[in-house]
Design a protein around this ligand. Structure first.
Ligand SMILES: O=C(O)C1=C[C@@H](OP(=O)(O)O)[C@@H](O)[C@H](O)C1
Ligand SMILES: C=C(OP(=O)(O)O)C(=O)O
Length: 448
């Protein structure tokens, strides 16, 4: 697990043109959900393309602790023998979700309406993140939460013995909160209703329907109204996990800023709740061709042909686009530093409660690389220096955050002088093959 081993410094030098095909791993959000819903179905779910990143491996381990049989058959090929909704057994030890907000919040949701007690913890990053956003709605079902000050881990959840269904308006745009409430609603009798004012990633809704839950989504002036009927018998599925657009973002953005690059990134999700980065890059003038649009694993996908784009322009990213690209602002800010003009990212305060405070981590690291930044609580503004114009020659602090580590390594691939990160070890949480994949495309990454 990241944060428990030694820090692994890494340095990126100015890269030769990136060329070739970048096959990124399975989607992290969908991988967590496949394991969790597999554990709540009756019988055997088969999963192909599962992301074998540490976050997902920690969720697999947690599902075993709740009584499901979870087995790896070959790389990416897994089976889950589920115990049914309400069939979890009480874990006999603390559940350690490592670095994963998605893991801990979704798992709290799916045990909160079963009569049992479970204690959760995580690494130094996860122990700082707010859990009240899920324990508040879980308490409406009748669950109780006992954690550290500010709703932090370690935290014990006492599941509701007699859960009641809930109607809940999600106060922050968060797919994790929405999903925790829906998963808790599975074991409450009657209809649980979740209302989200701003659409967030919809993988839980798609997968719950796929596993046979009765669920409807109504788009109203209030937002999306999701109604779930409790206590279904979930049917095991064959789940083909599509590639992760949040991982694809890294080779795509690297190719845009490393001179002479021309790469193909196959099977990138075009799900409108996930593709905000690609829309933004095209608005900035990126040379991206969306080839061969099709469906894979129930998601719309395309192959992205990406070429170096030497005349990117700074833009104002519409704040309402934030939920569809929330994990991509760190790498977008690196692209923005290589554009001409100013890129304004407003409505992004959720970035402050991720694996690190991502506004602060990007602002401090880019400043150290010679880029002018402005920020406030909810805003990040990057003053671009044009293609190849970032001076670099600095070390960025990654604060146990995989996306900060990958973003600064890509920054170094296009900067005048090398860029280092103090710790690349968290990259295994979401993109364990990052170093090998980027090196094969032509990047120069050095340990130390
Ligand atoms: O539901 C999910 O799988 C995720 C939701 C998002 O978090 P929030 O729900 O906190 O916005 C995102 O940042 C995270 O990487 C994955
Ligand atoms: C925010 C992220 O993940 P999580 O919330 O699951 O830790 C992420 O992967 O960028």
């Amino acid at each position: 697990m990241s944060g428990h081993g030694d820090a692994q410094p890494m340095t990126a030098r100015k890269s030769a043109p990136l060329k070739g095909v970048a096959q990124v791993p399975g989607d992290k959000s969908i991988s967590h959900r496949a394991l969790i819903l597999g554990a709540m179905a009756v019988g055997e779910t088969r999963i192909t393309g599962l992301l074998e990143g540490q976050d997902v491996l920690d969720t697999a381990k947690a599902m075993r602790a709740f009584g499901a049989e979870v087995t790896q058959h070959a790389p990416g090929e897994w089976s889950v023998h589920g115990v049914g909704v309400g069939g979890f057994r009480e874990p006999d030890n603390v559940i350690d979700c490592g670095n994963s907000g998605t893991g801990v919040r979704l798992i709290m949701g799916c045990m909160a309406t079963t009569a049992m007690t479970a204690t959760f913890t995580g690494d130094a990053s996860l122990r700082k993140r707010p859990m009240g956003r899920v324990t508040d709605p879980l308490s409406l079902f009748g669950a109780r939460a006992y954690g550290r000050a500010g709703g932090r881990l370690p935290m014990t959840i006492v599941g509701a013995a007699d859960p009641v269904p809930v109607r809940y308006v999600v106060p922050v745009p968060s797919a994790q909160v929405k999903s925790a409430v829906l998963l808790a609603g599975l074991n409450a009798p009657g209809q649980t209703v979740v209302i989200e004012r701003e659409a967030t990633r919809d993988h839980s809704e798609r997968m719950l329907a796929g596993f046979g839950a009765t669920l409807s989504v109504e788009r109203t002036s209030e937002g999306n109204v999701i109604t779930l009927t409790g206590q279904p018998e979930l049917r095991p599925q064959a789940v083909a996990v599509p590639r992760d657009p949040s991982s694809a973002a890294f080779p795509v953005c690297a190719a845009l800023i490393v001179e002479g690059s021309d790469i193909l990134v196959p099977g990138v999700s075009q799900n409108p709740t996930r593709n905000g980065l690609f829309t933004t890059l095209v608005e900035m003038g990126a040379d991206i061709v969306f080839e061969n649009p099709r469906e894979e694993g129930g998601e719309p996908v395309a192959d992205l042909r990406v070429r170096f784009s030497g005349s990117l322009k700074g833009i104002e990213v519409p704040p309402e686009r934030a939920p569809s690209m929330i994990d991509e602002y760190p790498i977008l800010s690196v692209v923005a530093a290589n554009a001409t003009g100013t890129t304004v990212m407003r409505g992004v305060k959720e970035l402050r409660v991720k694996e690190s405070d991502r506004i602060d981590a990007m602002a401090r690291g880019l400043e150290a690389c010679g880029v002018r930044i402005e920020e406030d609580e909810d805003t990040l503004i990057v003053h671009g220096m044009g293609a190849g114009g970032v001076p670099g020659g600095a070390t960025a602090a990654t604060h146990l955050d995989h996306r900060i580590a990958m973003s600064f390594l890509i920054c170094g691939m296009a900067a005048k002088a090398p860029v280092s990160v103090d710790d690349a070890s968290p990259i295994v949480t979401s993109f364990p093959i990052f170093e090998g994949l980027m090196t094969r495309l032509g990047a120069t990454l050095e340990h130390g």
